[in-house]
Design a protein around this ligand. Structure first.
Ligand code: FMN
Length: 335
């Protein structure tokens, strides 16, 4: 049987298929279900900068909305009052989750500007987290703010975290940067251990009848996989660091592509909400069967085999095939 073991952020994992930050992490029972379902590691939901600075928690509303917009598929979601809110509660919850499962538990911090909230990294380490995932989500609306200023703020956060903890730190990035490889190189230089590609935004919708902007969060499909495959392929070829994919992995085919593009770890959230927490074990077994059929003994020769350095035609990843791809489109492809 193929060896699926992998090292991600210095953590030895039985296989790459892990639970990304999501609602199942809100309860110890949910975390146990993720482990029982086969997840090789579990990223808890985020503790937000706003929670630490006592500002309002807009995400809450989004969670409430999604719970009501997905009917039965989402009926497992805890009611908003069941969510873990304050930092003390989060740390206590983290402690209890670490005790409850054998797989590594990764804490998640979510913020956009360096500040006292970064102090929480040290107690997260004391509470038994195996690593910290840092989500740097921000929407800039001020035309006077440059991308260089925004990036510098993120680098300062990473440096700040690095000063507070010796835990491995994975930075969960937003999908759009003018020069992602340069930013990733700087994030690593500032002390990050690896990166997660990518965060998926809550994108509000417009209600044209009520004239309201409404929170909107649909679960993903693998339509968002391809953007991640491209950047995994480029970063795994150009920058050697631990890489995780987050977004659009729903089955073994998506997972195999992510690994061939260069992912060490494969996070899934929507798939587990749609198919149940057993999805991690199911994908693990299906990937293992596929590897046996294709005579791969371990993930090592597979990982990055289709990246920008090792793949058969790196041009498809960059601008050079852009014109050709559009020029060769035919309506019959969609007939
Ligand atoms: C209901 C829900 C809650 C989420 N909560 C968090 C969170 O607390 N922190 C975070 O970094 N990402 C959070 N995410 C984003 C996921 O970790 C993941 O990046 C995103 O769903 C894309 O992966 P997927 O296609 O496997 O769902 C959440 C996603 C969903 C659907």
């Amino acid at each position: 049987m193929a060896d699926l073991s992998v090292t991600y952020l210095g953590l030895d994992l039985a296989h790459p298929f892990m639970a990304g930050a999501g609602p199942r992490g809100h309860t110890v029972g949910g975390v146990r279900e993720l482990e029982d379902g086969g997840a090789s590691a579990i990223v808890l939901h985020s503790l937000y900068e706003e929670q630490l600075t006592h500002e309002s928690l807009a995400t809450h509303e989004s969670m409430e909305h999604i719970a009501h917009s997905h009917g039965e598929a989402m009926s497992y979601l805890p009611e908003p009052e069941g969510f873990v809110l304050g930092p003390e509660e989060y740390l206590e919850h983290l402690r209890r989750c670490v005790e409850a499962v054998d797989v590594p538990v990764i804490a998640s911090l979510n913020g956009h500007e360096a500040g006292p909230w970064l102090e929480t990294a040290a107690p997260m380490e004391e509470a038994g987290a195996s690593a910290i995932e840092l989500n740097l989500f921000e929407i800039v609306t001020d035309p006077a703010v440059t991308s260089a200023q925004v990036e510098q703020k993120k680098i300062d956060i990473v440096r700040g975290i690095r000063e507070k903890t010796s835990l491995p730190v994975a930075v969960k990035l937003s999908p759009f940067y003018s020069s992602l490889p340069n930013f990733v190189a700087r994030v690593l230089d500032a002390g990050a251990t690896g990166v997660v590609l990518f965060n998926r935004f809550y994108e509000p919708d417009i209600n044209t009848e009520e004239l309201e902007i409404v929170p909107h969060l649909a679960l993903s499909s693998n339509a968002i996989l391809y953007h991640r495959l491209r950047w995994l392929s480029i970063l795994s070829g150009r920058i050697g660091c631990p890489l995780a994919i987050s977004g659009g992995v729903h089955d073994e085919h998506d997972a195999i592509k992510a690994i061939m593009a260069g992912a060490h770890a494969v996070q899934m959230v929507s798939a587990s909400l749609l198919r149940g927490p057993g999805v991690y074990g199911a994908v693990r077994d299906a990937v293992s069967d596929w590897m046996d059929e294709h005579e791969y003994e371990s993930l090592v020769p597979m990982r990055g085999s289709m990246n920008i350095e090792r793949g058969p035609d790196p041009r498809v990843l960059t601008r050079s095939q852009y014109l050709r791809t559009f020029a060769t489109w035919s309506p019959h492809q969609h007939a």
